[in-house]
Structures are given as structure tokens and as C-alpha cells.
Design a protein around this ligand. Sequence first.
Ligand code: FE2
Ligand code: FE2
Length: 398
Amino acid sequence: MVKQDTDTYHHSGQYQPWRALIASETCREVETMSPNPTDQRLARHDAPLVTFNPGIIDETLSLPIDEAVAVLCDSGPLDQVPGYNGSYERELLAKAHATLDAALRYHDEAALHQIHRALFLLYDLHVADAGSPRSEHQFDPLLTRLRREIERRWLDTETSRFAHVPRPADSDELVAALKRLWSEHPASCHPLFDFLEKEASKEQIIAFFTSDSALNIRFFDLLLFSMVGSRIEVRKELAQNFWDESGRGEPARSHVTLFRRLLDSVGVGQAVDNHAATLDWQGLAGYNLFMLTALNRRHYFKLLGILAMTELLDPPQYEKLARGCRRVGLGTANELEYYDEHVTIDVVHGEGWLMNVIVPIVEQTPSASADILVGARLRLQSCAGYYDALYAKLNALR
Ligand SMILES: [Fe+2]
Ligand SMILES: [Fe+2]
């Protein structure tokens, strides 16, 4: 395992940045922990911080941007690094922009994965366990700037993919527009779910569960983010969603617990990154879209649109999935409760979210409807891309 000198950093107040460990040794040791170093690096979120010699800073500039971010997130106090706010910052941002060009202009798949993995790691700093050394970097200025640069260009690219639509005149028109968007979008009737219902093998269905893990397990926090800074009038509905998500007073019935139980029952088990390392860039992008809008106050109304689409999308899709699961022999030991619960409860949540969250907000602030619609369209767009990629991936497992 990786050697540590974390006491020096955490408790003495006399941290000597370049004294302790040699980063190249650390990286080599980490890579030997797993046959797949990428998986291991996504998975080691709660590993103690490692310190490094100054040379590591130059080394990160020769790494892909996601690998550089992974090293920085796992490092000691970054503001003590020579050049951190000068030449190093310029070069790291230039690398990020070059990767963004390849990803967003030229649709380079490897660059798209690097960008979304980097964002995933940067977002993870904001939901890290308080005991995790990574929490030290939550508001690191360079990591924050890097995140904002990636977010800005990614969001510009995504919003440029759909045409401008006139703003609805009132809340009734907005609700009708949201329902129309959902029912007419290819994501709402994607063949992936017909495949899961009628054709997929047990192994393919289990691969779907694995792919669903990171977002399903993070959903508790996402609902909480929707409650932060919320209008008083909508809190009853938000609290009801949160109460249902957390098991209505029974920890064993919390949705995270139900989903983790499913993963255990089918042999997938648990991972510290909730299996995010298995995601391709479309899966990471879907997750990142939630985190982008949850963590940036100015995108709060987009988050509400994203969550509205999520509640509308899930019930019919999960109904097909649950039928497919039973077709291959799953469900005899109540292991499908996570999906069964969402089939019924998200019908209530979907309508409640529209009438008791979106309507009151738009009646108070009519201009919010534009961002709510943008969020809804972003979610449908990212879902469609994710479903396409996952459908192809599951088919390749045949
Ligand atoms: Fe849930
Ligand atoms: Fe829900």
C-alpha cells in the first residue's frame, strides 16, 4: 500500500511540503494495486493525502488532464507549490483548453472521457466525507477555476445543440411544455428499456445496475442540494421527496440502502466510487450535469428542470426494467424493491414536482421558466446519449 506522512500535514502545523514522499514512487505503488490503474484512481477517493516533491508539479503537466486532477486532488496543500498561482496555473489551464477543444470541437472520445472524469473528480471534492483528506481541496482556487472553465465550455456546447424556444407565457404553459418535451423526446421511449424488458440476459441487466450505481447512490445528496436556498413555499414538496428518498423514517428502506442491497444480491457489490470507474464519458456526463447544476447557485433553476425530467422518465422505464428482471429470474428475494418503489412513487413525485415546485417558483419569478426548460432539455439530451452508449455496450456483451 501507499506510504503516508499525513500526520505531518494534518496535525503539526509545521508542514514541510517537499520533505516526505516521492510522488513517482507513490504513483507506481498505486498502479500496482489494481490491474486497471484508471479504475483504481477513480476508486481511491478516500485514500489519505500523499505529499510530493516539487517535481510532481511538472510531471502533472505531462499527464492527461484527468490524471493531473487526480494527482492534485490527492496531494498536500497545493498553495505551497512553487508556481502554483503563476506558470503552473497557466500551463494546466492551457492543457485543459486543448483537451476541451479536442472533446467539444472535434468530438474526440478519449478527450471527452478525460474532461468528464476530471469534472467528476472535481465535483467529488464537494461531496467528500468530512474525514476524507480530499475535503481539504474543496475550494482550492486553481481547482475551482479549472472546474469553472470546463463547465462554461461544456455547458455552452450543450445548450448550443438545441434551438431557442420562446418562453412560456405562464406556469400552465410551462408545465405543458415540460410534459410535451418529455413525451416527444427520444429518451422517453428509448429502445434500451424494451431491450432490457424483452431480450437482455441476466448479465446484461446486472451490467445496467452497475452503470446506474453512481447516480442512484448520489441522488440523496442531489435532493438535498435542491433544498438549499429553496423558496419556503416549495419546501413541503422537497421535504416529501427527501423523506421518501431516505426511507420514510426507516433506514433499511432508504433508496440508497435498497439499491446497495440489490448490488450485493446480484454479486456486483460496493465500490468507493460507486462503480463510476466503469462509466464511459456519456455516463460521467449525465452524472456531471446534476453536479454542475447542484453546485452552482446560478444554475439552480436548471437543476429543478433536470429533476422534473428525472421523475417523469423513471416510472415507465423502471416498469420495463423490473419486468425484464423478473423474466431472467430476479426479484424472488425482494431485491428489486429499489426499482419497484420508483415505479409507483415517482409518478407521485413527477406530478408533485411540477405542480408544487415548478409552478409556485415560476409564478413568483416568471423568468425562471427559461432555465427550467434548459435544464429539462439538457437532462433529456444527456439521457439520450447515455442510453445510446449503454445500449451499444450491453449489446456488445452478448
Ligand atoms: Fe429515489
Ligand atoms: Fe423520486
